[in-house]
Design a protein around this ligand. Structure first.
Ligand SMILES: Cc1cc2nc3c(=O)[nH]c(=O)nc-3n(C[C@H](O)[C@H](O)[C@H](O)COP(=O)(O)OP(=O)(O)OC[C@H]3O[C@@H](n4cnc5c(N)ncnc54)[C@H](O)[C@@H]3O)c2cc1C
Ligand code: SF4
Length: 610
């Protein structure tokens, strides 16, 4: 294989074999968690042609093509034990392991099989709903993909026997998967340490040694959907496994994946010999121009992927599941829609009011479209509410995004006026052709007043965190409240959440992203919560409330944090109507864009009209 070769994974089906998605999803019975494959690319001429054209194009561009069968045979994606025949009648499971493992196939709804036992060492079984394949089927499958033009085949079994058969019968480059475990234990829902133990590394080395000479590439997957809650900045967990295998002198190409989002760090990992390759997926959603930018020496222009997993579904429970990305608002948009955003023929004088994520993204798009842009920010620095990420080491992904935007705004030559609150009068006087209003939100009013001594706002809980003391009560839950709670627990606080809601998180926020903070607070003995409660009084660090049964209770704390939700600055924003011919509203101030994803998407659609 050539040095610097790229391998592009062209997966033509998500699950293996021929399980069809039902016409209607049955959420009550959890089949939303199954991974279906309709195999339509084989069945439908247009799709078949498209995939073949793609295979040719990738070859023309000098890359190899991988068939990623990871979601196929349960054994192919799951085991941390090489050579053990992992096969079941169905249901995505590995047969009876030594216990202590995670469930074989979580939903176990593949055709025909019981859910089997557990793979040893805590490895999950196959993807829910994925059926198994025999040796002969695997061999035929491998040959089939070789005939279609694939170069690399991911083994669909951990059996060395099958690997050797495929090796002898084809010229395919063989890839096997080593599974080092998820970052949230599936049984206990406890967070798993962000780096492997010595015993885990020794086991990986032992398994890799068995594959030497049989398999070419060892794909090492450790973290399930890592993000800043589970991953140390600059040290993806799978790297440690690759490093250990390299240090042991095993002749196999290592390819760790999961959290390898930063191209400069990846470069260092390879250049310093820690690994031969790295695997990346989500960063290409975040920035489809990633490769071109790197080739042109523009790593600073690569949009950072947050690892936020919105591309994996905004919510795991509630529809819709349309494909989107927090940082790339065009991802998932059909080409016909993108064609509608052609560059304007004239350059306009444009104002952007507010330097939060919405304002910065809108300013960048307007500058790209050839306009002369001035941005007003009333604070001393850009970033808006994203600035809380400076104050928590568990939010380094959002901090990376904020820094990226600020760098890009400066690089694009946008005229930034800091410490300058825009008013309708100043904007009108400057005679802009178009004004984009991105004034964001304030904290909503609460009947409980903050004093910065014992009672703090959620923003103070970040910016004045040193004043909080050990024992903290947070009044209010939801995604942002619970992320604060998780961060505080990680920082060593004792946290009680009191909320009027019946649940800590709304179903629409239950993404893969939230699994990690959830695991932190659910497994912590320093965490407690009171739901369905009504706070009656706060004084001298004591919160008095009635619980869901109407009983009056109280809790004493070193500090109390109030999280009342956000109040869009809609009224202030609307005052800018009439300050130019074209006045447009975007981001948090509109009241409908309460997350960074929605904020950036709204910025894209609005700025693309100017
Ligand atoms: C505690 C907390 C945690 C959060 N966590 C997450 C999270 O984990 N994930 C997520 O997706 N979202 C999160 N959010 C929400 C996210 O921060 C917002 O959706 C996003 O910042 C909105 O962006 P924006 O640019 O519209 O507004 P803002 O970020 O509010 O920025 C508005 C900017 O406009 C400036 N401004 C206002 N008026 C004027 C004026 N007249 N002249 C000049 N400047 C002005 C303000 O100073 C500010 O800088 C969180 C919010 C909070 C409060
Ligand atoms: S949605 Fe989040 S994790 Fe997915 S590509 Fe975009 S930034 Fe990365």
């Amino acid at each position: 294989m050539a040095k610097n070769a790229a391998i592009v994974s062209v997966s033509t089906s998500y699950a293996s074999s021929n399980q069809k998605a039902p016409a209607k999803m049955d959420f009550a019975n959890d089949n939303a968690f199954n991974h279906y494959s309709d195999r339509t690319w084989e069945d439908t001429a247009l799709v078949y042609n498209y995939v073949n054209e793609m295979i040719d194009d990738i070859h023309y561009q000098g890359s190899l093509i991988l068939f990623a069968g990871n979601t196929g045979n349960p054994g192919g994606r799951t085991s941390d034990e090489v050579g053990r025949l992992v096969r079941s009648a169905g249901g995505g499971t590995a047969p009876g392991g030594a216990g202590g493992g995670a469930p074989g196939g979580a939903a176990g709804q593949g055709p025909g099989g019981p859910s089997g036992g557990a793979a040893p060492g805590g490895m999950p079984g196959g993807m829910p709903g994925t059926p198994a394949m025999t040796d002969d089927e695997i061999l035929a499958d491998a040959k089939g993909y070789e005939n279609k033009g694939y170069d690399v085949y991911q083994l669909r079994s951990t059996s060395l026997e099958v690997a050797k058969k495929v090796r002898d019968a084809t010229n395919l480059i063989l890839l096997a998967r080593y599974n080092g475990g998820a970052n949230v234990d599936l049984f206990t829902a406890k967070p798993v340490p962000s780096q492997p133990t010595d015993a885990e590394l020794e086991k990986a080395v032992e398994q890799a040694r068995k594959l030497e000479g049989v398999v070419d590439i060892l794909w090492i997957r450790v973290d399930e959907h890592p993000n800043a809650w589970s991953q140390d900045k600059g040290r993806p967990k799978a790297l440690a496994y690759a490093e250990a295998i390299k240090k042991a002198g095993i002749k196999i190409i290592t390819c760790p994946s999961g959290g390898f989002h930063n191209p400069l760090e990846n470069d260092e990992f390879i250049a310093s010999g820690k690994t031969d390759m790295v695997g990346m997926t989500a960063p290409f959603f975040a920035d489809p121009e990633l490769v071109r930018k790197l080739k042109e020496g523009r790593a600073d222009d690569v949009v950072p992927c947050l690892g936020c997993q919105i591309c994996h579904g905004i919510s795991m429970i509630n529809p819709p599941w349309y494909a989107t990305c927090t940082v790339n608002p065009t991802w998932g948009l059909p080409p016909y829609q993108l064609k509608g955003f052609t560059k304007p023929a004239i350059s306009k004088k444009v104002a952007v009011i507010g330097g939060g994520p919405a304002g910065m993204k809108a300013a960048l798009i307007a500058a790209e479209r050839g306009h002369k842009v001035t941005m007003y920010e009333k604070d001393a620095t850009l970033g808006g509410l994203l600035k809380i990420s400076d104050e928590s080491k568990w939010r380094w992904n959002y901090k990376d995004l904020k820094e990226f935007f600020i760098h890009q705004v400066n690089k694009a030559g946008i005229n930034v006026k800091l410490n300058t609150a825009a008013t309708p009068e100043t904007i009108k006087a400057a005679k802009y052709d178009a004004v984009m209003v991105a004034t964001g939100s304030d904290l909503a009013e609460s009947e409980w007043k903050t004093d910065g001594v014992k009672v703090f706002s959620i923003l103070d809980a970040y910016f004045k965190k040193d004043k909080l003391g050990k024992n903290v009560v947070i009044i209010g839950a939801g995604k942002f409240g619970m992320e604060l709670a998780a961060g505080m627990l990680k920082d060593g606080h004792k946290v009680t959440v009191i909320a009027s809601a019946q649940g800590l998180l709304a179903p629409e926020t239950l993404s893969h992203d939230m699994e990690k903070p959830e695991a932190i607070y659910r497994s912590s003995s320093d965490f407690s919560s009171v739901l369905g409660a009504k706070v009656k009084d706060i004084s001298e660090g004591k919160v008095t409330y009635t619980d869901s049964k109407g009983e009056e209770k109280s809790v004493q704390a070193d500090s109390i944090v109030i999280w009342p939700g956000l109040r869009p600055r809609m009224d202030e924003a609307q005052k800018f109507i009439g300050s130019a011919d074209d006045v447009l509203f975007l981001g948090g101030c509109t009241g409908t864009n309460g997350t960074v994803q929605k904020t950036i998407r709204s910025a894209f659609f609005v700025a693309s009209q100017v």
